[in-house]
Design a protein around this ligand. Structure first.
Ligand code: AMP
Ligand code: MN
Ligand code: MN
Length: 335
């Protein structure tokens, strides 16, 4: 479902009638969550609005891949987010629980604008700008800026480009439409250093990551019988791995991209233990035959058709068997 014309009108009206706006994105922000939030934040600040942006998980540290983005000075720690914001805007967040410790602000804010593209979005805003067909939340933000008549400056284009390449895997995934490339052309025309942005996201990691990847990949398991014979490849990133290699959870986002290269498996999963809360954050990808978004919803999480996740309080073995069970009965998508 794309957003209705009435939702766009309401969204523009909300943003045009507030001179103080609070922005929040999902916990453990990725390039689209952070990028879409910073892009709107910069645009609003440029027009004189008082803006702050945050997310509700720890550590409150910008992942290294995004540390050179413009607009980071808009960020405030979760504790500094007003108790009852006049206007709260959420980015790339499919459900209230994905706001972590800031989830309560959805109830205390006077108005809530939800900007998102998750198929599992629960429409928890007073206005919901949800377009499941958008390749990234950042795409929706650009349409919003256009409708508000705000300029797409190079400062805004950089975080938008970050969201776009994060969620399309650098224009490789099925969500990459002609309009995605047209938007990319518009962004590049502002003069952004897309080469540096891409290198920071895809081609830069601490040397310790190579070591961690070695351990994680060497214990990866291929279960050819899983998913009704379509195959599952999975591995774990333990709290000990992170500690041993001196890495944060945000440093290991790319592990799933290595595992999912396995030709023999339709589905790939990485079970990452969050050292902050001890919970297992499960990342799942499929190659097109299994709707892992729906699957993760049934396990308490959410996401998109071919990229999704859930959080588990169970030990690793229990989590894997719950996942296997759900995968065994998951309906296959038409080819
Ligand atoms: P990730 O594997 O963390 O890159 O996440 C893949 C997709 O699934 C993203 O769109 C996330 O927003 C979504 N996702 C991951 N974990 C969860 C969760 N616990 N609940 C809902 N959505 C999730
Ligand atoms: Mn995201
Ligand atoms: Mn996204």
């Amino acid at each position: 479902m794309t957003a209705a014309e009435a939702d766009w009108t309401e969204a523009v009206r909300l943003l045009s009638s507030h001179d103080d706006v609070t922005l929040v994105c999902h916990v453990g922000p990725d390039g689209d969550a952070l990028g879409s939030m910073l892009a709107l934040g910069i645009a609003l600040r440029d027009k004189g609005v008082a803006v702050r942006a945050s997310w509700g998980s720890r550590p409150f540290e910008v992942p290294a891949a995004y540390a050179a983005l413009p607009g980071l000075d808009l960020l405030v720690e979760a504790a500094e987010v007003p108790a009852a914001p006049a206007l709260l805007v959420t980015f790339d967040t499919g459900s209230v629980d994905r706001l972590g410790v800031l989830a309560d602000r959805v109830g205390t804010a006077d108005a809530v604008l939800v900007i998102d593209h998750h198929t599992t979005n629960t429409r928890f805003g007073t206005v919901n700008l949800v377009d499941e067909r958008a390749a990234a939340t950042a795409v929706i933000v650009v349409e919003l800026l256009d409708r508000m008549g705000l300029p797409l400056t190079a400062e805004i284009a950089a975080p938008v480009y970050t969201g776009l390449i994060t969620d399309t895997g650098s224009f490789k995934y099925a969500a990459t439409t002609p309009s995605v490339h047209e938007l990319a052309a518009r962004l590049l025309a502002t003069g952004i250093r897309h080469d540096v942005i891409s290198r920071d996201i895809w081609d830069t990691a601490p040397f310790a990551y190579v070591g961690l990847l070695g351990s994680v990949c060497s214990r990866a398991e291929l279960d050819s019988d899983a998913v009704n014979g379509l195959g599952l490849v999975w591995s774990t990133v333990t709290a000990e791995d992170l500690q041993l290699h001196g890495l944060a959870l945000s440093d290991v986002e790319g592990v799933i991209d290595v595992l999912r290269t396995s030709r023999e498996a339709e589905v790939a999963a990485v079970l990452k233990t969050d050292p902050e809360d001890g919970l297992i954050k499960v990342s799942i990808r499929s190659k097109g035959q299994i709707d892992v978004g729906a699957l993760c919803s049934s396990l308490g999480g959410g996401g998109h058709r071919f990229a999704a996740g859930f959080t588990s309080a169970d030990p690793c073995e229990v989590t894997v068997s719950r996942l296997r069970e759900a995968l065994a009965t998951a309906p296959h998508l038409p080819a």
